[in-house]
Design a protein around this ligand. Structure first.
Ligand code: G1P
Length: 297
């Protein structure tokens, strides 16, 4: 029987320089889409996929993240007194059981592969998920759950995959597919952020992974790759080249790159428009400004 994936790693040590000055004092994972921080979307997605242990790889200056998941007895008391049951429910979703979260420090910014490797002792000999909170995915069935279902059937290493424009390959890990089964491809090799001219395909890795413990072994010996950093892509590619099972899973859903300003603004609009309490007002405003813009052109 295949093992269930019950542990997830959230690499949240990045400096968030693209969102300075905001990220001078708040971690970028606390930036909100409407009223929920990015990290909350990641945690909810993990929970729905059956994750029970949440491992945060953090760095200096990320204390606000730890506080976010702590109990807030005074706030709860005040809300209870005012009978704000809806808000109390929202708040409960941020509460994590004692022992469900672990925080590990990445002492040096040596890359995504290194961040994941920092959690090796907590992962032990089990499969694990990796969620990059910058990638927010709107979908009917959460992306990681789609992948967990695939994992229950095939096992192996599964990365979320999406076709991107050829001129964008240098922003992503890119798959070199062997066979295409539509829902997923089998992978024979991968490249981190290849030049469009040499990219093996335009099928890109998006920030959701289900990985076998062997990937940690590979990371033990990993050398610096693209950008002078230790890359997770390289450790998975090594597995594919060694004949291990690696799949690119074409998830159903819309991905927002909340690591970039325009992606973040798009996500803010999209998530606002999905909300019953906001969509009418927002739509009216959008129509108004679009009208003004068209008139000016
Ligand atoms: C990381 C990974 C890359 C992946 C991307 C998805 O890159 O290294 O392989 O395609 O996330 O968002 P980053 O965007 O953190 O530079």
């Amino acid at each position: 029987m295949k093992k269930k994936v019950s542990k997830a790693i959230f690499p949240v040590a990045g400096l968030g320089t693209r969102f300075l000055p905001a990220t001078k004092s708040i971690p970028k994972e606390i930036l909100t889409l409407v009223d929920r921080p990015l990290i909350q979307y990641a945690i909810d997605e993990a929970r729905e996929a059956g994750i029970k242990e949440f491992i945060f790889v953090t760095a200096k200056g990320k204390n606000a993240l730890e506080d976010y998941f702590d109990a807030a007895p005074e706030l709860e008391k005040a809300l209870r007194k005012k009978k704000k049951t809806d808000l109390l429910r929202e708040l409960k979703a941020t509460d994590m059981d004692s022992g469900a979260i672990a925080y590990i420090r990445q002492r040096e910014a040596l890359g995504l592969g290194h961040a994941v490797w920092c959690a090796r002792r907590l992962i032990g000999n089990e499969p694990f998920a990796v969620i990059l909170p910058d990638d927010v995915i709107a979908s009917e069935k959460p992306c990681l759950q789609q992948m967990a279902e695939q994992y229950a059937e095939t096992g192996g290493n599964i990365v979320a995959a999406m076709e991107v424009r050829q001129d964008e390959t240098s922003l992503y890990g890119i798959l070199n597919p062997k066979e295409d089964f539509q829902q997923f491809v089998t992978v024979k090799d991968m490249a981190e952020k290849p030049d469009p001219a040499t990219a093996p395909s335009n099928l890109a890795v998006i920030g959701r992974y289900i990985l076998e413990p062997q990937i940690m072994q590979n990371l033990n010996k990993m050398k610096k790759g693209s950008g002078g950093e230790i890359q997770l892509t390289d450790a998975i590619a090594q597995e594919a080249r060694n004949g291990g099972q690696v799949y690119g899973y074409r998830f159903k859903g819309k991905r927002y790159d909340c690591g970039s300003k325009s992606g973040y603004l798009r996500a803010t609009l999209a998530f606002g428009l999905m909300r019953d309490d906001l969509k009418d007002d927002l739509m009216e405003y959008l129509t108004e400004i679009m009208g003004v813009r068209q008139a000016a052109e």
